[in-house]
Design a protein around this ligand. Structure first.
Ligand code: PLP
Length: 224
């Protein structure tokens, strides 16, 4: 059997993840529909994109049985473009955004799955809730009033650093928060079950620290 490059990469990554309960989300941003179809033909039916426009273009071009994940920062004025079909939004970084997603989901007659993005890195540039802010907010059970939202867990990005101890510490902080918040799964539309952490450069550390979903692009599709 001959297998293309993307298939070989997927096979290798799956082998590395096999000791863990960690699933793989291929991140296709900047890569062509042709390369994405290699992953599709291999068996993948979910893809992550970080920009709304690119996601919409690929949604049009690709088969219709794909679960689309938005993983990048989402502006409130763009929610309406993805609300009819998006499978999971990883990057919900404020209550303001959640309110807009709830509104657009209602308009589309859907319930939209969301992850709350938590700020765990040392860099100033990354989006997300502060740890204390999310503890207060999640335990207050405000989610209950957003009937068209389903919160499935947390997402985080570690510092873009070669210091493995730093990355490990950030992931373990997020995992501890994830476990802590489980006691506040108070409403039928909120449950801590998905922990989206880890990318091509740090997925092994993330899997060791308890990630349930790694988001990987370059390790599958090549350099950007
Ligand atoms: C691009 C991106 C990834 C994947 O990055 P790779 O280094 O290509 O694996 C993961 N998460 C987010 C939020 C991204 O924007």
């Amino acid at each position: 059997m001959t297998m293309n490059e993307v298939g070989k990469n997927l096979e290798l990554i799956e082998k590395e993840l096999s000791p863990y309960k960690t699933k793989l989300l291929p991140v296709s941003k900047t890569f062509s529909v042709e390369r994405m179809m290699d992953a599709y033909d291999y068996g993948y039916r979910a893809f992550g994109e970080n920009r709304v426009q690119e996601l919409l273009t690929k949604y049009e071009a690709m088969p219709k049985d794909i679960a689309w994940h938005l993983i990048g920062h989402l502006q409130t004025n763009k929610v309406k473009f993805i609300s009819p079909f998006i499978a999971l939004i990883h990057s919900v970084d404020s209550e303001k955004l959640l309110i807009e997603i709830d509104k657009q989901a209602a308009r589309a007659g859907r319930v939209i799955n969301c992850l709350l993005q938590v700020f765990i890195a040392t860099e100033e540039t990354k989006f997300g809730w502060d740890i204390n802010e999310i503890k207060d907010w999640y335990s207050s059970n405000k989610i209950e009033k957003y009937k068209n939202i389903n919160v499935l867990g947390l997402m985080g990005m570690a510092s873009n650093s070669s210091d493995e101890n730093l990355v490990k510490k950030e992931f373990s902080t997020l995992k501890a928060l994830f476990e802590h918040l489980k006691q506040y799964d108070l409403s039928s539309n909120s449950k801590m079950e998905t922990l989206s952490m880890g990318m091509s450069g740090d997925f092994k550390i993330a899997a060791e620290e308890g990630s349930t979903l790694v988001r990987m692009g370059s390790a599958i599709f090549g350099y950007r």
